[in-house]
Design a protein around this ligand. Structure first.
Ligand code: HEM
Length: 483
């Protein structure tokens, strides 16, 4: 086991930081790091020109870090279905997102994806000619803009109200944005106000915080759980995590069940057409109704677990919401700004794949079962892709006339920005997320002058977690524009 990586492995010729523990490799360093991006960024800076970097974990297990646009294209696009999610990754994402598109593989993934994107020819769901197929079809996402706007306006009002009761006009935006996100997500996905999901003891957003934004002990256990399954150990942090997860699952399941019985009561027939038309023509219909009606009550309907998986993914996305689709999309600087936010602060800190059979990436043979780590921030901050100022926040770089695009043509490559993944498994909520972010920014900038209180770029520390989460508060000063 310990000799193989050094003397036999076809990966032994790849650049390797070679500074890990002889038995544990880089595992402890990953667990102790300040953020999940730290080590991968360090490896990238050491081996700038290597498309793939090898390092080891417990027992000499070899992992590969993806470090070039070509490598990520091979894995995400050209050979997408030759790679699957490794079992450890399915375990940790499954804990949060449940079963669903994120963890579907092969033909099942292709089918579900086509269905959600509205590209499934000859499916039973298309037999009713005038239905709007695909909850995530852009035309349908556009129709969620009124939901985004309503929630953005509520956010703006609640910020205005809090200002009257605080002395220095500074607000912890993490908290208010997170609550607003729950409002958007529950309305857009389940068709209900988030308060409906609150339990007598706790708001629903607090339950979700216990899963996605754990205390230090919980983060450490989650990190160890990445490498060794330890959820069975009866520790308080484990139990808190499992209990919160169980309660979220139960609440979502009850909502899905009650909607299913509501639909069964009114029947799938004539009603179905009306609801689908409503989704198509009037907009603002929630995704849960869509999924329930889309396949009708027949055998190929979405199972309760599948729906739960999709809904949980949506609810686990750290995001927020606000004007018309055309207006939002006609502002190039707003688009550049949103893209730069996601480039500099990739909300997802890692993704992973493993080849189902021996294959090659950038002419390197990758044995079946090798874990491949894709850290979006590695590509997003890569100086050979974005230039020497890659780590500087500068939305101008995304404008068509910015000269950096000619000097660094790779920065215009669709695979250069890795925050949403890419290829057939690209984030299905990309348009949803960006649109929501833009509409919220517009609403806030219309109403307030914003000034950061602490140094966001140098000063905010993040948690070592799968999502980018700040440690502590981010204080922002809001000055109402009307004053
Ligand atoms: C800024 C916000 C978001 C970021 C950075 C993000 C990022 C990602 C990433 C990196 C993946 C993994 C792709 C892979 O496995 O290779 C993914 C998948 C996915 N995302 Fe997002 N996401 C965001 C928002 C959303 C939203 C708002 C939704 C739903 C409304 C969503 C739904 C999904 C789903 C269903 C998948 C699985 C797609 C598949 O495997 O086919 N995401 N996302």
């Amino acid at each position: 086991m310990f000799l193989y990586p050094h003397y036999r492995s076809p990966l032994r010729f790849l650049p390797d930081p070679n500074d890990g523990h002889f038995m544990l490799g880089q595992t402890l360093k990953f667990i102790r790091a300040d953020s999940a991006n730290d080590l991968p960024l360090n490896f990238m800076r050491r081996f700038l020109d290597a498309p793939l970097i090898r390092y080891t974990h417990i027992g000499g297990a070899e992992w590969i870090l993806v470090n070039s646009v070509q490598a990520v294209r091979d894995i995400y696009q050209s050979k997408c279905y030759e790679f699957v999610k490794p079992s450890y990754f399915r375990r940790i994402t499954g804990e949060i997102a449940g079963i669903g598109l994120v963890n579907a593989e092969g033909d099942i993934h292709r089918q579900e994806r086509k269905l959600m994107n509205g590209k499934l020819a000859n499916s039973r769901s298309r037999t009713s000619a005038n239905l709007a197929e695909g909850a995530f079809k852009l035309a349908n996402i556009k129709k969620l803009v009124p939901v985004f706007n309503a929630k953005a306006s509520a956010l703006s009002c609640s910020i205005g109200a809090s200002l009257s009761s605080c002395d220095n006009e500074a607000i912890d935006v993490c908290d208010v944005f997170q609550k607003s996100t729950f409002g958007v997500i529950s309305l857009a996905t389940l068709g209900i106000e988030s308060a409906t999901l609150d339990t007598p003891q706790l708001p629903f957003s607090e339950l979700y915080r216990r899963i996605l934004d754990q205390e230090p002990a919980g983060i450490t256990l989650s990190l160890i759980n990445t490498f060794i399954p330890i959820r069975w150990i009866p520790l308080k942090a484990n139990q808190d995590f499992l209990n919160a997860n169980k309660e979220v699952r139960q609440l979502l399941r009850e909502t899905i069940r009650s909607r299913i019985s509501e639909i069964q009561r009114v029947g799938y027939g004539g009603q179905r057409k009306n609801i689908m038309q409503q989704f198509t023509e009037e907009g603002s219909q929630d995704l849960l109704s869509f999924m329930l009606y889309e396949r009708g009550g027949g055998e190929d309907r979405w199972s309760e677990d599948e729906i739960l998986g999709h809904v949980k993914i949506l609810a686990s996305i750290p995001h927020n919401a606000p004007p018309s689709y055309a207006e939002l999309e006609s502002l190039p600087y707003l688009a550049a700004f949103a893209k730069e936010v996601v480039r500099c602060f990739s909300p997802i800190t890692f993704n992973a794949r493993t080849p189902v059979k021996d294959t090659t990436v950038c002419d390197t043979v990758i044995p079946a079962g090798t874990t491949i780590l894709i850290t979006p921030q590695v590509l997003n901050s890569h100086p050979t892709i974005w230039g020497p100022d890659a780590e500087r926040f500068d939305p101008d770089r995304h404008l068509p006339d910015d000269t950096r695009g000619e000097l660094f043509p790779l920065s215009r490559d669709p695979f250069a920005m890795a925050s949403f993944g890419n290829g057939p498994r690209i984030c299905i909520g990309k348009a949803f997320g960006l649109l929501q972010m833009k509409s919220m920014l517009v609403e806030l900038l219309r109403n307030f002058e914003l000034q950061r209180e602490n140094d966001v770029f140098g000063g905010v520390k993040v948690k070592n977690y799968m999502h980018l989460k700040p440690k502590g508060a981010i204080w922002v000063k809001f000055k109402p524009l009307s004053s």
